[in-house]
Design a protein around this ligand. Structure first.
Ligand code: ACM
Length: 270
């Protein structure tokens, strides 16, 4: 089966939701895709000193705010589902979230499980658990950026049936792109890491985001790796059925051969 995916890499502007909407609208002008993945915190940008200063650029998961309203309108034009990272506010609590949204509305909302560095002073650790949704009979899972370093994230999504892992990111460490190749092989899934580019400064702090957004397939082939520091949209067709066969040799099934009793219970070592 043919399933069209698109990955978007750009530089979200801090404290400027309107400009970020306009950038996304212009990058996706005239495009159609079953699944589009945007970076982490695409509405707000990344570096903030306090939750209080981030709240005005955040919005609730009910889809009523300007960013999610715009994404829904864009999804109507691109005729598919969009997964985007965004800063979510729930009353006074902030979450670093990813949402799946189509013309009809919200399919799933995921709150980042593993917060990175100073994110811990802005956001609460996610309480949604890993989330999947189905689009055109394809099961898609969501994780956000630093979730990558915990293999349990991708494993949980794959065990829940995800054929594609949509992975909005704001990467600063250099390891993730290589690690996602392994996440693909060990779970036999497609991964789409939509990373951001550019630099942000806050006082003494300076972060350089690493670009090189990436698509991998269940054999660990890198189907696409983007540029380091340029906005880009990459569209391609994949066959998600390739992620349904978990055999790596005729005798080895990546899921069937698991021995969970030995993974979580270390009592036998005592
Ligand atoms: C990250 O999780 N944004 C590094």
């Amino acid at each position: 089966m043919e399933f069209t995916i698109a990955l978007v890499q750009f530089k979200p502007e801090r404290k400027n939701v309107t400009k970020n909407i306009q950038k996304i609208q212009s990058l996706l002008q005239g495009l159609s895709a079953d699944l589009i993945v945007l970076p982490e915190l695409s509405n707000s940008g990344y570096l903030y000193a306090f939750s209080q200063t981030l709240i005005p650029f955040s919005e609730p998961a009910n889809g009523q705010g300007p960013f999610l309203t715009a994404l829904r309108e864009i999804a109507a034009k691109t005729k598919g589902v969009i997964v985007s990272g965004y800063s979510e506010v729930d009353k006074t609590k902030l979450y670093n979230s990813a949402i799946a949204i189509s013309a009809k509305g919200i399919l799933a909302n995921y709150r980042k499980t593993h917060l990175y560095a100073d994110e811990k002073s802005l956001f609460l650790p996610g309480d949604s658990g890993f989330r999947t949704f189905t689009w055109k009979n394809v099961t898609i899972g969501m994780m956000v950026c630093f979730d990558w370093i915990f293999p349990e994230s991708a494993r949980t999504l794959a065990l829940a049936g995800a054929q594609i892992i949509a992975h909005p990111a704001n990467l600063v460490l250099p390891y993730c792109q290589n690690a996602m190749i392994t996440r693909s092989i060990e779970n036999k899934v497609f991964t789409i890491t939509a990373n951001r580019i550019g630099e942000e400064k806050l006082g003494e702090q300076k972060l350089n985001f690493t670009g090189k957004s990436q698509i991998t397939d269940p054999k660990g082939e890198v189907l696409y790796r983007g540029p380091k520091n340029k906005s880009t949209v990459h569209v391609m067709s994949i066959d998600p059925e390739g992620a349904l066969d978990k055999k790596i040799t005729p005798q080895n099934d990546m899921f069937g051969d698991r021995r969970p009793d030995f993974y979580i219970n270390l009592a036998h070592l005592k």
